[in-house]
Design a protein. Structure first.
Length: 154
């Protein structure tokens, strides 16, 4: 391959990378878009935690529902955090309290702990042991609530 062809290939790769990176950079063109995104992620997480809870109350829990929901919760737990972007505290349609934006280190710590606990929930869900799942579900739910207690309007 000639030097000119190598340079052309590198330029093409860089251009392709920029094209694919652009949607990520433009994802939150407006603060309202970031709020919608994070609210959607939290809504899905809440829905699947509710599905797990309902199964754990059932005399015959459906393990497939528990396992798929635990997997979804773990996946979704990683999504909302970058959507607490600058200026989103000014959006009226959010339950995030101003304190959230002033306590970044604490929020990151709580988010990490919640992610760890829902990952454990996903792991124990795969065992099919209802008692262990029930225990870890309570721990994971408390980890979610820890952030709500200080940083979400009731």
């Amino acid at each position: 391959m000639s030097q000119q062809a190598k340079i052309a290939a590198v330029v093409a790769c860089i251009a392709a990378g920029a094209v694919f990176a652009w949607p990520v950079a433009a994802q939150y063109a407006k603060p309202e878009d970031a709020v919608k995104y994070r609210k959607a992620a939290f809504t899905v997480m809440n829905s699947h935690m509710g599905r797990i809870f309902a199964q754990l109350k059932s005399p015959t829990p459906n393990m497939q529902v528990i396992q798929s929901s635990a997997q979804t919760v773990e996946s979704m737990s990683k999504l909302p955090w970058d959507a607490f972007a600058p200026s989103t505290e000014l959006v009226a349609d959010t339950r995030a309290l101003p304190a959230l934006f002033k306590n970044e280190a604490k929020v990151k710590d709580l988010a990490q702990k919640m992610q760890e606990e829902v990952a454990k929930l996903n792991t124990v869900a795969k065992t099919g042991d209802v008692a262990t799942i029930r225990t870890q579900f309570g721990v994971a739910a408390k980890a979610c609530d820890n952030c709500h207690d200080d940083f979400r309007a009731k």
